[in-house]
Design a protein. Structure first.
Length: 204
């Protein structure tokens, strides 16, 4: 398994390593780690990650959380009667959701050489903290996104604007996301730590 993981990493690095240069303060900061990061500012990226792979992880996590919301809603409203047509629509939706989830699980398992039947919640995503980056007019906060796949952990830093772009994309793919609260854009107070702390909670 370790050998396959190393081979996968080498392919990712060779395919993506020459696409980014250093021009001032980066809008993205990546660091690859197998242990939790320290509370200091993010370290320079050890190696670039492929955005498509990260997006696949995030989409699967969104699928899982939306399914949990659906299950809770069903438990709280057991007495609601469903028409035959509504039941068929819901069944088709669940089948489509299951197929997409299975697709991403198989993709991850093939990459890591694992059996999908042996995995339970193979992908975990959290936003444990935020850090202040840049200087002067470029001073801004970035949020740490921790992505754990089996025994591997990636730490990715993103600005609030990247979350807004991701939210718009997810709403197009999963309309249910639009019902979830998303921290609004503010003209003032973007550097207020209380605002940033609230954003972190909502984004997670």
């Amino acid at each position: 398994l370790d050998q396959k993981i190393q081979q996968l990493k080498q392919k990712i690095y060779e395919g993506d390593g020459a696409q980014k240069g250093n021009h001032g303060i980066l809008d993205e900061r990546l660091c690859h780690s197998t242990t939790p990061t320290s509370p200091t500012k993010p370290q320079p990226p050890a190696a670039p990650l492929v955005d498509d792979r990260i997006n696949a992880f995030i989409e699967q996590e969104v699928q899982r959380r939306l399914q949990n919301i659906h299950h809770k809603a069903e438990d709280n409203d057991v007495s609601t009667s469903w028409s035959t047509e509504s039941f068929k629509d819901n069944e088709r939706h669940n089948n489509s959701t299951s197929q997409r989830k299975l697709k991403y699980e198989r993709m991850v398992c093939r990459s890591l050489g694992a059996n999908p039947d042996d995995l339970k919640d193979p992908i975990k995503i959290s936003i444990p903290r935020y850090v202040l980056c840049g200087q002067g007019k470029d001073e801004h906060y970035e949020f740490e996104i921790k992505i754990t796949v089996l025994d591997e952990t990636w730490t990715v830093f993103r600005r609030y604007s990247r979350f807004r772009e991701l939210h718009k994309t997810l709403k197009l793919k999963f309309p249910e996301v639009a019902t979830l609260e998303f921290p609004p854009k503010k003209l003032f107070g973007n550097k207020d730590e209380r605002v940033i702390a609230e954003r972190r909670c909502h984004l997670e």
